[in-house]
Every structure is written in C-alpha cells, then in structure tokens.
Design a protein around this ligand. Structure first.
Ligand SMILES: *[C@@H]1O[C@H](CO)[C@@H](O)[C@H](O)[C@H]1NC(C)=O
Ligand SMILES: *[C@@H]1O[C@H](CO)[C@@H](O)[C@H](O)[C@H]1NC(C)=O
Ligand SMILES: *[C@@H]1O[C@H](CO)[C@@H](O)[C@H](O)[C@H]1NC(C)=O
Ligand SMILES: *[C@@H]1O[C@H](CO)[C@@H](O)[C@H](O)[C@H]1NC(C)=O
Ligand SMILES: *[C@@H]1O[C@H](CO)[C@@H](O)[C@H](O)[C@H]1NC(C)=O
Ligand SMILES: *[C@@H]1O[C@H](CO)[C@@H](O)[C@H](O)[C@H]1NC(C)=O
Length: 824
C-alpha cells in the first residue's frame, strides 16, 4: 500500500516537472538534486548554454544513453556518455543524485544501470550541475579546495578531449585520463582504440589498438611531442604538458572561449581536432594526429629511420644494415636493421649524431631533467647497455637528458625541426663512416673502375655532341651571338603552317580553347595523336622575324614542372604561333570560380596548386637565366594538367610584345585589374614584387573560391583583399575559407596560406616577401610577421586606379599583357 502511494506521488511529481519543463520551453533545469531527478526528455544546461546533459540515441540506434553534447551546435555532437556499456532500452530512464553524492541512472524498474562513485560522502545536500566547460560535477557546497567536487565527468573521458580536460595520470589519486573510442557511431561502448600517455620509461603519447601501439606522438620535448611537427602556436588554442611527482598530463585551453574546438578519437581509431566554423555550420578538421606512412609505429623496424621525402622511405641508420636484405629489397622493412660491427664496450664505442629526428620509443629509456648534454653523453658512454642519448628539452639550446637502453625503434627524419639524437656505434664504424669507405675493397675498386669508364664515355659523348652542334649551328637562324653561354642553344622545332592548319582544322571555332591578351588559343591534334595547344598571336608586336624567333627560343629554354611547356613555334608571313603542350583540365578559374566544379578541388588539390604556382614563379624570378616578371599572373593563366598540377602559362610573352618601358606605360597598361599591385597600376612601376602581389591575390582567391574583383559582401564595400584584411584584423580569418572545403582542410595550413597571402598583398612593395621567402614560409612553421594593410582593398581604390590607368575595359577581357625582362 505504502509502495503504491509513493509510486503515484513520484509519477505525479514527474508529470509536474515534465509539465513545468515544457512550459519553461528551452530553459530546462540547472541542477539535479536528490529531490529533483531528471528523466528522459528533460535536460540540464550549462550557465552559458554551451553544453547540455540529457538522454539521447546515437546514430541509427534506438538505445538510450545519458550524455553531454554541444547545445549551441544543432548537430548534437556528443562529447561524453555515462552508461557507455549499459544502454537503456526505453525512454523511461531517470538520473538521480543520492544524498551521499552519487549519481545513479535508473531504468524503468528502478534497477541501477550506471552509477558514479563519489570520492567522499557529501556533508551537505549535494547537487549535480553542468559547467560551461562541459564538465558535469557533483558538489556539496562545502569546500573550495582541490576536493571541491565529489565527482566530475572530466575525470572519466570518453572519446573526446574538451578544453581544460586532462590526458594523462594523477599519480596521487590514480585517475587515469585517456580517450577511448566508441565501438561504432551507433554504439558508445568501449571500442578498440585508446589515446593515452604511456608512463613506461619516459612518458609519451600513444595511440593503441587493444594493447598494440599504432602511433606514437613521442615524448614531450618542452615545446611539443617529439613526433608532432604540426603542433605549433596557433590562433585557436594553447597547450601545456605537466610532468611532476603528482601529475603527468597534457591539456589545452581555448584562446577565445566562444570558439568551439575539440579533440576526438573516432571509432576507426583516427584522432583528430575539429574546430566549429559558424559560417559554414560545420566542424572543420584542424589537425590530424597521423599524417603519413612514417607515422605508423615502427614502420621501418629497429635502427632504421623513416623519411617521407625519400624513396624508399626507410633506410638503415649509419653503421647499420638491413637485418634481412631480401625482405628489405622487397620493401618489407619490418625486420629493421642490425649493427654492421658489434659493439665492444671495453674498447670504447663512439656516438654518431643524427640531426632533425623524432626521438625513438622511450618505453625503455630514462630521463634526468637536471643534467646537460655533455654529462648525458658521459653517462651513456659509461653504461654498456645504453644505446643512445639526447636532450629531453629542446628549449633554449637544449637541456635535460634521456638515455635509451634497448633497440631504437620508430625514428623518423624531419626536413625541418626535429631533434639531435646520439646513437652508439662501434668505434671502428666511426672511422668508416667518416671516410665513407667501404669495408669491401673490391667493391671500391669496382666503383672506381666503373667511374673511369663512365667519365670516359661521357667525354666522348660530349665531343661528339659539340661537333654535331657546330655543324648544325652553321645553317641555323637561331644562333644567339651575344652570349657565349648561349652556344648550346636548344633548337626549337619549327612547325609548318600546313601542319598547324590540319591540326586545328583550319582554326575551327570548335577547336577554340580561349582568348587571352596575346591572341587566341586553339586545340590541335598532330598526326601522331599528340594533343597540342596553339596560340595564334595577335599581329601587332612590330617585331622582326629573327627577333621573334630569338625570343621564342629564349622562352622555350625556361623549363620547369610548373610552367607550361613550349613545344615549338610556327612563323609564316604575318602569322606567328606558339605551340604548347595541351592541358586537359583547362585553367584554374574554370574550377575555383564555378559553383559546381569548385567541389572538385579539395584542400589537398588547392594547397598543391598554391605551392606549384609559388615554385613556378620563383623559377621565373630567380632560378631561370632570364629573370622574367610575369606581370599578368591570374587564375586563368594557371593551367592544370591531368593530375591537377598547376602550370603557369603566358610567361615571357611580354618580352616579345614589350618594346621599351615608355611604350608599356603609354601605349598599353598591362595586367588584369584585380591582380595588379597599386604601384604598378597607378605609377606603372613594376618589379618582381608586383608579381608577388598578384600571387597573394590568387592565393586568397584559391582559399576562398571568390574573385577579388567583383567580390561583394553585404557588410562592406571592400573587395576580397579588403574582406580578408577585415577578417584578419577581427581575428576571424577562418571565415574566409571556401565553405565547400569543409572537412578536407587542415586549418593550420589554411591559416598559414591566408597569412602569407596577406603579406604578399601589402601596400608597399618593400614590405612584401620575395618568392623565395614565400616558398620558405610555406615549407616551414616559423613565425610570420604581422601583415600591414594591403594595397587596393576598397572598390573605390580600384576605380581610381582604373581611371588613372588608360582604360581598356570594354569587356570581361581587360587584359593587355606584357611581362618584363630584368637584366641580370
Ligand atoms: C533494470 O536494471 C536491472 C539491473 O540492472 C535489471 O535487472 C532489470 O532487468 C532492468 N529492467 C529493465 C526493464 O531493463
Ligand atoms: C568506489 O570507490 C571505492 C574507493 O574510492 C572503491 O573501493 C569501490 O570499489 C568503488 N566502487 C565502484 C562501484 O566503483
Ligand atoms: C605538479 O604540477 C601541478 C600543475 O602545474 C602543480 O599544481 C603541482 O603543485 C605540481 N606538484 C609538484 C609536486 O610539483
Ligand atoms: C571571440 O570570438 C567571437 C566570435 O567569433 C567574437 O565575437 C569575439 O570578439 C572574440 N573575442 C575575443 C576576445 O577575441
Ligand atoms: C574516422 O575519421 C576518418 C577520417 O576522417 C574517417 O575516414 C572515418 O570514417 C571515421 N570513422 C568513423 C567511424 O566515423
Ligand atoms: C640526475 O642527475 C643528477 C646529477 O648526476 C643526480 O644527482 C640526480 O640524482 C639525478 N636524478 C635522477 C632522478 O636520477
């Protein structure tokens, strides 16, 4: 009897609170107390409404779980689950706090499905609340000290590391904070993968499947995990690592708490960081823990190092050779390498320095933070079992000492950054390696003999070649007399008019590919089936035949994988034509400015294109013998080959059309509005830095998928440059990113692109970096200077520039193009 009244009362209470909660619509409850449980359908919300706690069903499952998710983000991204292993099968679950301070989750028959375990009994009436950080805490309002919380969900991470959560170990209380993956997107039960700090030897961050290490981020070197090159200072979060007697942990905090960022280990064992981008309403990938082949744990086996820029990627360390040469030659590196000469501790071994590496597995290593490198070397040298040593902290020139005691596993080389590692080898190996002498003298002899023959053959070949050359140049028009070095002028095939007419079906309109500043481009097919692009130049260059050919030959010598290859030319009467390799994928503008084709260029393609353009331009500016200023770099002048690799076109053409500078200034204004630097458009001053400006514009266009010119935004009158600058100043640069890129992009990389682009479009040419600096900036993670205001960032400026330059804006084709040769 008593039981049923209680039940009715409870039902009534439940109904009441249910009605109440539906009346109070969005603001559900703040806390759970012993007298105020929550049931399925009710939630509690953090004070700033970032997070919400309640019941949910993951993926396509119908099971119910108690969990925490982002409230402000409608996608319902779950960050924590209570009853991971014990789902409820109906909507009748209830969460309670017991008077002792335990959270209990009850099913419909009041069976306990899950409970928390308080660290001490509550002294006052406890309550459970959700903090703004996403931490569910139980407190009794009694204590402000370290034991303030009777229990907190941050001590029991699931698959997500939120800002402020710790990954590591509390050595005093025994809390082991690690991420463990869900079984699947439908099932939050413990999956196969964990991401944790392994405390054996020197603490290191590892990703495991079961008990097997898949990936090792490495030990902490004072700045980052030894193998996590991509961990750099960034505008989104800061991080720290603590290792002392009581704690070993990693954690991060957001720089701006209204930006959401989380680290998650997904059900397939991929550990990634996402940042929420409001504008595109999606989680964008910011950082992936495993980047390439070399990140697979022990990919090359023992005593070998992995270098992703080499082929094959694995190689034995100096003084070591493949353990099973046969497997090794079949690209199975798992057996690793062994010493060529055994150690002999008594005779005194030596150490070889390997610079720029990820330190090997520290499971069997020890650290002493208070001694320096020299002492470290002594210690290692004095212990015969010590196989290597290194600084434990790289800050300020290095300090601390790690000693390794077993095989050295999971080393990789970085092209940039990385640490110095000193590896023990037999004393005799030191000499060998110094002189690069092979122990096998016969082999050496063979090499010398082979080399002599090779050199002799080379010499004979050269003599023959020069003779032939001399004979040919006699009856060749193209001899360049001014420069002795030009003697080995490459001879450019001359196509005859008939061939070209046939190839292009008499310049059929169907074969027309496009029209540029210098003339019209047609597609052609040669007899052999080769596809070509024919540029039929407009006829106003005013250049003589011989000069024209000389120019073409000079330009044909510019060869770089990011420049379109000139195959030949055709000159007959007034016709002048250039024959290029054909690019099946058209030009960059065809993709990035097109609503649907944009999707075909993911971030990987785009960064590849940006890097390619940078290298091509660097070659023109600096590495080619001519030093060419392009002067009309733009999206339509960047062609794409079948692999979507970029090739700059129309370079050097201005040389033919240029004439002198005065002419350039008065007769023709060069370049394309939207890409022209201010000093050039207004004053006609050009330099390599004007190309750098155009490059910067192009990068912003590639990142955003928007045109600089013709850009419009409801909030302001600026062009794309101005828009990018505004977002940069407001510290919201990520909003520039093309929505379509979504999760394909690595945000840190995108940010760097935007940063470099803004440096390139600065108002003053002197402030802009040279292309060689730009290439360096892309290739490393050094700190970049703050950009200053860009040139031409308002539409008004552009209009001014247009009117001050001679107007030639009849159609969309306002491209009068000249590029320039700077004498060397
Ligand atoms: C509720 O939980 C208890 C204990 O876990 C269990 O024995 C009981 O079968 C569950 N009831 C339902 C309806 O699932
Ligand atoms: C709760 O914690 C105590 C000690 O803190 C431990 O002895 C006990 O086994 C725990 N109970 C559960 C259910 O985890
Ligand atoms: C360990 O580090 C934590 C966090 O920095 C600090 O609060 C604590 O006092 C340190 N403990 C010791 C024993 O140094
Ligand atoms: C944090 O970000 C929000 C939203 O992007 C922005 O409105 C706010 O000004 C930023 N706060 C700081 C201190 O940067
Ligand atoms: C985990 O992330 C990877 C990479 O983003 C993705 O390919 C995979 O499908 C994800 N797995 C699950 C179960 O979501
Ligand atoms: C570190 O080295 C110093 C100097 O040799 C020594 O006094 C100290 O005991 C060592 N510390 C540890 C933890 O081994």
């Amino acid at each position: 009897m008593k039981g049923t009244t209680k039940k009715t009362l409870e039902r009534l209470l439940f109904l009441c609170s249910f009605v109440l909660s539906s009346i109070r619509t969005s603001t559900t409850l703040d806390t759970v107390t012993p007298s105020q449980p929550i049931s399925d359908g009710q939630t509690i919300v953090s004070p700033g409404e970032s997070f919400e706690l309640g019941f949910f069903s993951p993926g396509s499952s119908r099971n119910r779980y108690l969990g925490i998710w982002y409230k402000k983000i409608s996608m319902g991204t779950v960050v924590w689950v209570a009853n991971r292993e014990a789902p409820l099968f109906d909507h009748l679950g209830v969460l309670k706090v017991t008077p002792q301070g335990n959270l209990v989750l009850l099913n419909s028959t009041k069976g306990i499905v899950w409970s928390s375990n308080t660290s001490r009994a509550a002294e006052n009436i406890p309550d459970a609340r959700l903090l703004e950080s996403g931490n569910l805490v139980v407190e009794d309002g009694n204590d402000d000290g370290p034991d303030k919380y009777l229990w907190q969900s941050f001590d029991y991470p699931c698959d997500t590391l939120l800002p402020g959560m710790k990954l590591g170990r509390n050595l005093a209380s025994g809390f082991d904070w690690f991420l463990s993956s869900w079984k699947s997107t439908d099932d939050p039960a413990h999956g196969d993968f964990t991401f944790q700090i392994d405390l054996h030897g020197v603490p290191q961050l590892v990703l495991k499947k079961g008990s097997v290490i898949q990936f090792r981020a490495g030990s902490w070197n004072g700045i980052r995990w030894s193998g996590a090159q991509a961990m750099v200072r960034n505008p989104v979060y800061t991080y720290e690592f603590v290792s002392n007697e009581t704690y070993v942990y990693y954690k991060y905090e957001l720089l701006n708490s209204s930006v959401f960022s989380r680290m998650v280990l997904n059900a397939s064992g991929v550990s990634q960081r996402f940042t929420w981008i409001d504008r595109s309403h999606s989680w964008v990938l910011y950082y992936v823990v495993i980047v390439d082949q070399c990140d697979n744990y022990a990919f090359c086996g023992a005593y070998a190092s992995c270098n992703i820029n080499k082929s094959p990627v694995c190689s034995c360390l100096q003084g070591f050779e493949p353990k099973s040469p046969r497997d090794w030659s079949f690209l199975d590196w798992s057996d690793g390498c062994a010493r060529r000469t055994l150690l002999d501790c008594d005779k005194g071994d030596g150490f070889l320095k390997h610079a720029g590496v990820k330190l090997p597995d520290t499971t069997y290593a020890s650290v002493n933070k208070s001694i320096g490198l020299e002492k470290c070397g002594e210690l290692c040298s004095n212990k015969c079992s010590c196989t290597a040593y290194a600084n434990s902290d790289v800050r300020g020139g290095g300090s601390g000492c790690i000693l390794w005691f077993r095989d050295l596993i999971d080393i990789r080389e970085f092209s940039d950054g990385g640490q110095d590692l000193y590896i023990r080898v037999a004393a005799s190996e030191l000499g060998n390696i110094g002189a690069k002498r092979s122990s096998n003298d016969k082999k050496l002899l063979g090499i010398i003999f082979g080399s002599v023959i090779f050199i002799a053959m080379l010499a004979i070949g050269l003599i023959l070649y020069i003779r032939k050359k001399k004979a040919k140049t006699k009856n060749s028009l193209e001899k360049d007399c001014d420069d002795e070095d030009e003697n080995e002028v490459m001879e450019l095939p001359i196509f005859d008019m008939k061939t070209i007419i046939k190839a292009t079906e008499n310049f059929s309109i169907d074969k027309k590919l496009g029209e540029g500043g210098f003339g019209t481009v047609y597609k052609g097919n040669l007899n052999e089936g080769q596809e070509i692009a024919v540029k039929r130049l407009s006829q106003d260059s005013g250049q003589g035949l011989k000069e024209f050919k000389n120019e073409v030959i000079l330009i044909a010598k510019l060869q770089h994988r990011n420049l379109v290859k000139l195959l030949g030319c055709c000159v007959e009467r007034d016709e002048r034509m250039l024959i290029y390799e054909y690019m099946p994928n058209k030009s960059l503008d065809y993709f990035i400015f097109d609503e649907s084709r944009r999707k075909e260029l993911d971030w990987h393609n785009r960064i590849n294109i940006i890097n390619g353009i940078a290298r091509g331009l660097l070659y023109l500016h600096q590495d080619s013998r001519l030093r060419i200023i392009h002067r009309d770099l733009k999206a339509s002048n960047v062609l794409l080959d079948s692999k979507m690799d970029p090739k700059i076109s129309d370079f050097g053409l201005a040389r033919m059309f240029g004439g002198d500078e005065t002419e350039a200034n008065t007769k023709k204004v060069v370049g394309t509005y939207g890409y022209m630097s201010p000093e050039y458009a207004i004053d006609g001053l050009f330099s390599v830095k004007s190309d750098v400006f155009s490059f910067g514009v192009l990068v912003l266009e590639i990142v955003s998928g928007r045109k600089n010119r013709g850009f419009n935004h409801p909030d302001h009158q600026h062009n794309l440059l101005g828009h990018a600058w505004r977002l940069w100043m407001e510290e919201r640069p990520l909003e520039l990113i093309d929505d379509i890129l979504g999760e394909s992009c690595a945000l840190s990389e995108v940010l760097r692109c935007i940063h470099v682009a803004l440096l390139c479009v600065q108002q003053r040419p002197d402030d802009r970096p040279s292309m060689s600096t730009v290439v360096l900036m892309f290739g490393s993670d050094t700190m970049l200077p703050q950009p200053k205001q860009p040139g031409f960032f308002t539409e008004r400026n552009v209009v001014e520039a247009e009117s001050s330059a001679s107007k030639n804006d009849s159609s969309t084709k306002n491209e009068i193009t000249i590029s320039l040769l700077e004498p060397r």
